[in-house]
Design a protein around this ligand. Structure first.
Ligand code: AMP
Ligand code: MG
Length: 360
């Protein structure tokens, strides 16, 4: 299949591109589009046959439900049997924005979207082109991230093309996504709302509005808990090279460990902040991904940097952890999964991994 490409112009209405892309959606095809979080791979969310094409293009397991994207508040009504106060409060305070609510679904939502669950996940993105494109389609748009399953999500149109060229009808290119990690998913079906996936809206922002908010215990990687969002159980966001994530006080040891590995002749990727990058000399910076000093920048560049490591393929990647405050919770969730839960900690002066002394 030939994949059409539309370059969107910032601060312009891009109506023709949205209309042409929407024609493909109406014909039951898939089109990738930008949002403020990551690029989505969209299809008509009420057309089960179209939705199946998303799963095929991504190689996504069928038991992993999709998020339905809407372009205005009222669009949610037909998708649900009713909103409780928590769902209403989230809509009022955080939508449109980088948040998804899980609610009880109505009969019009196909099983292909909800993967047979009695609930549906709904998001109203803040990105203007996403809204205009969805409006032009005239239906809710089912859209997971526009990557091959298991790879880091795409945050620019080139990364979408790398995974999807020839497999989908088109890509709307709106440049880089500014948030860079996916939406926060909140289950609102129980009395206490629960974060199933941390994302663009933070835990702190949610508790301020909703009071008590739980976090799915499975997010900590404990195999005794099954994640409530089916997609969270899969290996995800992982580059091909092995990743070690240095957490807590160990985060300060990344530069020294990188030097040791370099001395052994390894091609070492280092994903770190400016202060750690400063500790490396110019010829030690071959595969350096330096995100500066601002965690919002790390969030927006993380997937690009992880995908870039699939192009350079270092022998090992040493990643520096950050605090879990604010957007840090979403960043650390993605980094832990990218590392396959290979977490390095500093205990009594020694670097440990899974209780063993760490050595690159
Ligand atoms: P993606 O669109 O690739 O960012 O993934 C969507 C995420 O939303 C996956 O982790 C899904 O498992 C999760 N999700 C979608 N629908 C539901 C639902 N009804 N209940 C719980 N999680 C959901
Ligand atoms: Mg995804």
């Amino acid at each position: 299949m030939k994949t059409c490409y539309w370059k969107l112009v910032e601060n312009s209405d891009n109506a023709l591109a949205h209309k042409e892309a929407a024609e493909f959606i109406k014909a039951g095809e898939c089109v990738a589009f930008p949002t403020e979080t990551v690029y989505g791979l969209g299809a008509d969310g009420l057309n089960a046959e179209a939705v199946k094409k998303i799963f095929e293009a991504k190689g996504r397991p069928n038991d992993n439900p999709l998020i339905l994207h809407i372009s205005k508040k009222e669009d949610i009504d037909q998708l649900t049997t009713g909103l409780n106060n928590n769902a209403k409060a989230i809509m009022e305070h955080f939508m449109p924005g980088p948040i998804t609510i899980v609610i009880n679904k109505s009969d019009i939502v196909p099983d292909a979207v909800s993967a047979g669950l009695p609930t549906v996940a709904v998001r109203w993105p803040a990105h203007k082109d996403a809204q205009d494109f969805i409006r032009a389609c005239g239906c809710p748009i089912a859209a997971p991230s526009a990557n091959i399953s298991g790879r880091p999500s795409p945050t620019n149109a080139q990364d979408v093309m790398e995974d999807m060229n020839g497999k989908i009808a088109g890509v709307l290119d709106g440049g880089s996504c500014n948030i860079g990690v996916e939406s926060t998913i909140v289950d609102t079906t129980e009395a206490v709302p629960m974060i199933l996936r941390p994302g663009g809206i933070t835990y702190e922002q949610l508790t301020e509005v909703l009071g008590v908010v739980e976090i799915d215990p499975a997010l900590h990687g404990d195999p005794n808990f099954k994640p409530k969002a089916p997609g969270m159980k899969y290996r995800h966001y992982a580059p091909k090279s092995p990743v070690y994530l240095f957490e807590g006080d160990a985060a300060n040891c990344v530069a020294d460990e990188a030097k040791k590995a370099l001395e052994k002749g390894m091609r070492v990727g280092v994903l770190c902040d400016e202060a750690t990058a400063q500790k490396l000399s110019e010829n030690e910076k071959l595969f350096l991904a330096n995100w500066g000093s601002n965690r919002e920048t790390l969030a927006s560049e993380l997937y690009y940097m992880l995908r870039d490591y699939d192009r350079t393929m270092p022998d090992v990647i040493l990643a520096q952890g950050v605090s879990e405050e604010g957007i840090g919770l979403a960043i650390m969730n993605r980094m832990r999964k990218a590392a396959g839960f290979q977490i390095v900690t500093l205990e009594k002066g020694s670097l440990l991994i899974n209780g063993q002394v760490f050595q690159v």
